[in-house]
Design a protein around this ligand. Structure first.
Ligand SMILES: [Zn+2]
Length: 95
């Protein structure tokens, strides 16, 4: 791939970092925060210091309340255990 790399992608929302939207270049601390949030969200997003993300994406992504919301959404609903019937199968009568 040798295309022009002038349109960067926000790793959080996968949208282009276009002019107009507030973008911030994260530092190590910011990258750590996003990576931690990614783990907590069960995502595989990994960012490095120097990456650019939307300011809003970062704000939402690392927001503990939103992380919790996502966690509760992705949590599998517990499947009610089927009660094993203790009824014995019909026995054949030999009388
Ligand atoms: Zn974004």
């Amino acid at each position: 791939m040798s295309g022009s790399a002038d349109c960067e992608i926000c790793p959080l929302c996968k949208n282009k970092l276009e002019d107009g939207a507030a973008v911030c270049q994260i530092r190590q601390k910011g990258a750590d925060g996003i990576n931690t949030a990614s783990l907590q969200r069960g995502n595989t997003i990994v960012v490095k210091a120097g990456s650019k993300v939307h300011l809003n994406c970062r704000k939402h992504y690392t927001n503990p309340i939103e992380i919790k919301t996502q966690q509760s959404k992705t949590k599998q609903p517990s499947i009610p255990l089927l009660k094993r019937s203790s009824r014995t199968s019909v026995a054949s009568f030999n009388s």
